[in-house]
Design a protein around this ligand. Structure first.
Ligand code: G1P
Length: 298
């Protein structure tokens, strides 16, 4: 895919990431009555901070939060807090001061847009279209926390630099679980990278074209946003991102990457608990104490 001057259009750099964060978090009630689920802490930082840090580590310059009513705490979390900073400085607590301020994105690098009605993941991503413009972009679903050597999004971007088009993170799931995921229809699969000829959102096990399921990390061609303009509804009566991606099959290259790392479903209470344990064990300063506590429950 080359233009008149030989410029490759496939490898345009990805500078913007969309983080949908508009959900009601009903599975965590009553905890989420007044606190956005994305602000629930995994060890000592809110869930959404893991997604933002992953995006920044992958070279993303602009992050777009797609939020809804009652999510203002996220805006405050990613802002400088002068009063807190002053108190920590006066108390000589430089490590905490750094922890509270170093995660704050550069001024203007975080954009908030509202999803005015809960019409589905595809609709949430579409709400960011004016910020994304006509460029490839990333999507990170904060419910999916991924612990890995190289950040998961960085792994997808490596594939995107080579192949362009759409690249999604995937994992093999038991067939009885296909109804919880977007599932790939695959043409070729080398065990790491699969090329995609179709996708189905939440298929029943008997109808699933494979057991290769999408994890919440995507690098997408801007044509996916145009496919979302139609506002067509799919599974669950919602505007699905998976359906919009499926409409671009054939027009742009499309790959699923079995990423290196471990994914935790933090949209689920037990997945969230497991993420807390795994993240504590992954931190050298916390691991010994965490192991000791776990041993008491063995
Ligand atoms: C969403 C997507 C689905 C994907 C999943 C990954 O579903 O629609 O395709 O497999 O995230 O976590 P949700 O979990 O929001 O129902």
């Amino acid at each position: 895919m080359r233009g008149k001057k030989g410029r490759s259009f496939m490898t345009r750099p990805v500078k913007t990431a969309v983080i949908p964060a508009g959900g009601l978090g009903t599975r965590f009630l009553p905890a989420t009555k007044a606190v956005p689920k994305e602000m629930l802490p995994v060890v000592d930082r809110p869930l959404i901070q893991y997604a933002v840090e992953e995006a920044r580590a992958a070279g993303i310059e602009t992050v777009v939060f797609v939020t809804s009513r009652g999510k203002a705490a996220m805006e405050d979390h990613f802002d400088l807090a002068a009063e807190l900073d002053g108190a920590l400085a006066a108390g000589g607590k430089e490590d905490l001061r750094a922890a509270a301020s170093e995660m704050v994105p550069a001024a203007g690098a975080l954009v908030h847009v509202r999803q005015q009605a809960p019409l589905g993941l595809g609709h949430a991503v579409w709400c960011a279209r004016h910020v994304v413009g006509d460029a490839p972009f990333a999507v990170l679903l904060p419910d999916d926390l991924v612990l890995s050597g190289q950040p998961c999004l960085g792994q997808l971007l490596d594939v995107h630099r080579e192949h362009g088009g759409n690249v999604v993170a995937v994992m093999d799931v038991p067939r009885e679980e296909t109804g919880r995921y977007g599932v790939l229809d695959v043409v070729e699969d080398d065990g790491r990278l699969a090329s995609v000829r179709g996708l189905v959102e939440k298929p029943a096990p008997a109808d699933a074209p494979s057991t290769l399921a999408i994890v919440g990390r995507y690098v997408l061609d801007p044509s996916v946003l145009r496919a979302l303009d139609a506002h067509e509804t799919g599974a669950g009566g919602e505007i699905q991102l998976t359906d919009a991606m499926a409409r671009t099959v054939g027009a742009v290259p499309f790959h699923g990457l079995r990423f290196e790392g471990r994914r935790f479903d933090c949209g689920d209470r037990m997945g969230f608990l497991e993420a807390n344990i795994a993240c504590a064990l992954a931190r050298p300063e916390l691991a010994p104490a965490a192991r000791e506590i776990l041993a008491r429950f063995a």
